[in-house]
Design a protein around this ligand. Structure first.
Ligand code: C2O
Ligand code: CU
Ligand code: CU
Length: 462
């Protein structure tokens, strides 16, 4: 609350602690994973869908009521699925006792409905907005974005999945039965106080709130029963700050098929996959080769079990993972050689974070770019005296291509559209950025406490 306060001993200690991340407890595999329901279409109304931010009570721990926030329920939100090319009217309502916004992360929408910090909805207020899925099929998400309250509202439970679907028109044979072989997985870490409450004021860490309790789709100690041989998982790192590195417990490969904003140019086999806060990836796991006795889990790098699977009667003769390649390269030579026209410098830690030396100011435009004109942004994560930390850099209103990291071509796993990119300390990442719509959009670090601490700027698209 007091950004000008000098560095006291506690602050110094915190700085020395910088980089120490509490480890997560492994899932004991006792609760069946909750799959967020698909948001149902309304009939006979002047809108198609309704999303209400509200307070709730969740029983994370037996017999204990924890106060939470959710959309249309107690915790998290239903999955909104829109067909590619479709346009839907959504009634958004704030039933909280504080302002909120509804941000559609990754959706290339006009800035007036983007739900950024300038788009507050007051308690009791409703609005009907039109969302157009005028971009490739992808796994996106929605969450609040009120300035200085984003981290807390997300921490308390406000997040949901937004899927742009094109399975009707696609011949790629990717599993697409929602909840059956197409599963959203929202990974989050949470910290509870002695009373098992999410007391954000006291639990908050200015450098990004980290928890020791792992939850997937809001389920603690989850397990998932699998009955299909090939499963598609839509992974979202929905944590405030934690980075995840996903692996399979038996060391096998899985297949990554999509990045944040589109399918990859071709599926890639991977042993591990790191997602920083707000990043997504779609993966396929082939369960058909497992023997009866074999168990399988999604684990985090240091062997923490995040999601154990309980595999039941999968038909081992059925199907295999189909692959594809696109004819055109993801990046043309021309695109790779375009000169940098925008420089972004990420710097600092805790409440001293900045972009190009400045903190967010809603009344200031930091950058300007012409609608539909492609520019190269270079994002530099300037190290500090402690070495620095990874900042996941996110831009509203666009899906970009990652051109290079420190001059090196990016791996196949990043050859798909993205809206957030993890930038390592000292690294320079080049992005190819085009805005399809006009208006004022924010760009920021997606460590939510950094964002709330002002690691955010504004671009006017004219
Ligand atoms: Cu996930 Cu500015 O947003
Ligand atoms: Cu966003
Ligand atoms: Cu950051």
């Amino acid at each position: 609350d007091n950004p000008d306060q000098g560095m006291d001993q506690d602050g110094m200690n915190e700085m020395m602690d910088h980089g120490e991340v509490p480890s997560l407890a492994s899932s004991e595999g006792v609760n069946e994973l909750v799959i967020p329901p698909l948001l149902e279409k309304q009939k006979g109304k002047n809108y198609d869908y309704e999303v209400t931010a509200q307070e709730g009570i969740t029983e994370f721990f037996e017999g204990i009521s924890t106060e939470t926030y959710g959309y249309n329920g107690d915790l998290l939100g239903p999955t909104l699925k829109i067909e590619e090319g479709e346009s839907v009217n959504v009634k958004i309502t704030n039933d909280l006792n504080e302002p909120t916004t509804f941000h559609w992360h990754g959706l290339e929408v006009a800035s007036k409905i983007d739900g950024g910090p300038s788009d507050e909805i007051q308690p009791g207020e409703s609005r009907i907005i039109t969302l157009e899925a005028d971009q490739p099929a992808a796994t996106l998400w929605y969450h609040p974005h009120v300035h200085e309250m984003t981290a807390e509202q997300v921490f308390r439970g406000l997040s949901g999945m937004l899927i742009i679907d094109n399975s009707i028109n696609s011949d790629l044979e990717i599993p697409n039965e929602y909840g059956v072989n197409d599963i959203p997985l929202i990974f989050q870490d949470r910290l509870f106080d002695e009373d098992k409450q999410l007391d954000y004021d006291n639990l908050m860490n200015v450098d990004g709130t980290l928890g020791d309790v792992s939850m997937v789709n809001g389920t603690i100690n989850p397990k998932m029963t699998v009955t299909e041989p090939i499963m598609r998982f839509r992974l979202l790192n929905g944590s405030n700050a934690r980075n995840y590195t996903f692996r399979l417990s038996n060391g096998d490969n899985f297949t990554q098929i999509a990045s944040d904003g589109s399918l990859l140019d071709e599926p890639v086999d991977r042993k591990e996959l790191t997602l920083a806060a707000s990043e997504r990836a779609e993966i396929l796991i082939d369960f058909s080769k497992l023997t009866e006795e074999e168990s399988l889990s999604i684990i985090n790098e240091e062997g923490v079990v995040l999601l154990p699977f309980d595999v039941k009667d999968t038909d081992s003769t059925a199907g295999s993972i189909k692959t594809w390649t696109t004819d055109e390269p993801f990046l043309t030579d021309e695109e790779k050689e375009m000169p940098v026209t925008k420089n972004i410098e990420l710097f600092g830690m805790m409440d001293m974070v900045s972009i190009n030396g400045k903190k967010f100011d809603a009344d200031r435009i930091d950058l300007r770019q012409e609608q539909g004109v492609t520019e190269v942004w270079e994002i530099y994560n300037k190290p500090d005296m402690m070495g620095g930390m990874v900042h996941p850099f996110h831009i509203h209103g666009t899906q970009f291509k990652v051109i290079s990291r420190d001059g090196e071509e990016v791996e196949e796993s990043e050859q798909g559209f993205k809206d957030s990119v993890a930038v390592e300390p000292g690294e320079r990442v080049k992005l190819l950025v085009t805005f399809p719509e006009k208006g004022v959009y924010v760009f920021h670090c997606h460590i939510l406490e950094h964002e709330d601490n002002g690691m955010m700027g504004q671009i006017e698209v004219y």
